[in-house]
Design a protein. Structure first.
Length: 367
């Protein structure tokens, strides 16, 4: 191994580790394969689906659209990122094939695969996170100024996640303490449920992937600290969760991660004689956590659940929903538990006949 222009390369000049600066300028701001870093002139490209092709096929998503951070939508089938044929093939056989087969059975098989392959799944989630945010380079955020969504990104903050995602190519060893918190939730598959959902808010380090009957929520940059902070809370969930409950769980897990003051520090060390690189974490013995803010949680939660809330036509019912919205924004509402702390098996609010509902509601209030 040797260092060339700040990058660590092997004898064949394959980049094993990009420096933070080169990651930002070459991978994030350049026009290269996002894995190996080679330009279009050097290799053949066939590009990589941001959301894996096996997911698009399984849930018939090619002609459907993903919601972007700018409020616009974009077809999943065209949602791709620059990747050379060799790296695309490597990601397919070395990562996507294993994950798709592991999650290709019933819920029990998927849970078993999750429990036995958390490191592989963590790397896969990191890859999704990197691809979505690199793709943001192509989309306008301010249509008057013509600014791109990614113009506000600090690319160096994604360097650690990139190293994890790219480890299948680089061969960098990932130390056990580097892996983040991961949670597996069994999902309600009712008529109101969407089979696929994906969320990763930039800067939060938290990713959610729903694959019909289960959902994974992963924290990329916490070295399992969030798991310790929220474990007792999650034990109260005693059944399948629905779409709006999943969004709340994502908000609460993300809130825990954002409140960690003493975040782990990540670095890659090399043993040049053994020709090995290892990504490691420095974690303080005592971790400071910022004070809980109901308002901060509420605002994030409302942003996540807004499009899932019931949209009434009747004015009287609209007042009831408005009250719910105010409580959500103030951080004083939960879709997960009732007032006694018991898990809610059915938290999705749907009304077939608004007038009948209101009359029933008024009768209950009188009693």
């Amino acid at each position: 191994m040797k260092i060339i222009d700040g990058n660590i390369v092997d004898e064949e000049n394959k980049v094993l580790l990009f420096s933070k600066e080169n990651f930002a300028t070459k991978i994030c701001e350049g026009k290269t394969c996002f894995i190996c870093g080679d330009e279009y002139e050097k290799k053949d490209f066939n590009d990589e689906h941001v959301i894996p092709r096996w997911i698009l096929k399984k849930f018939s998503l090619f002609e459907k659209t993903i919601s972007l951070p700018n409020g616009k939508t974009f077809k999943y089938g065209k949602y791709k990122i620059s990747c050379c044929k060799g790296c695309n093939s490597l990601l397919g056989t070395g990562l996507e094939k294993k994950v798709s087969e592991g999650f290709g059975g019933d819920i029990n098989r998927s849970l078993s695969f999750f429990n036995k392959n958390k490191e592989l799944i963590f790397q896969w989630v990191c890859l999704l996170y990197i691809k979505t945010h690199l793709k943001d380079r192509e989309f306008i955020s301010d249509f008057k100024k013509r600014d791109k969504i990614s113009d506000s990104y600090e690319w160096e903050r994604l360097h650690h996640t990139y190293c994890i995602a790219r480890s299948i190519y680089s061969g960098v060893i990932i130390d056990e303490k580097t892996y983040g918190s991961m949670f597996f939730f069994e999902c309600d598959d009712s008529e109101f449920s969407e089979p696929f959902d994906y969320i990763d808010l930039y800067g939060t380090g938290t990713v959610m992937v729903k694959l019909r009957d289960f959902t994974i929520i992963c924290v990329i940059d916490d070295s399992k600290i969030v798991h310790k902070l929220i474990d007792e809370y999650l034990k109260k969930i005693t059944g399948k969760v629905n779409d709006i409950q999943l969004r709340e769980l994502y908000a609460r897990i993300t809130d825990k991660n954002l409140r960690i003051i003493d975040k782990p520090k990540y670095f890659t060390a090399g043993n040049y004689e053994q020709k090995k690189l290892i990504t490691m974490a420095l974690i303080k013995d005592e971790i400071r956590i910022a004070n809980y803010s109901k308002r901060s949680l509420g605002e994030m939660m409302f942003k996540l659940v807004e499009n899932l809330l019931y949209k009434p036509k009747e004015k009287r019912l609209e007042k009831l929903i408005s009250k719910q919205i105010r409580l959500i924004k103030k951080g004083e509402w939960t879709f997960l538990f009732d007032k006694n702390g018991k898990f809610l098996q059915d938290a999705i609010f749907k009304v077939n006949d608004e007038n009948v509902f209101l009359e029933t509601f008024k009768a209950k209030m009188k009693n």
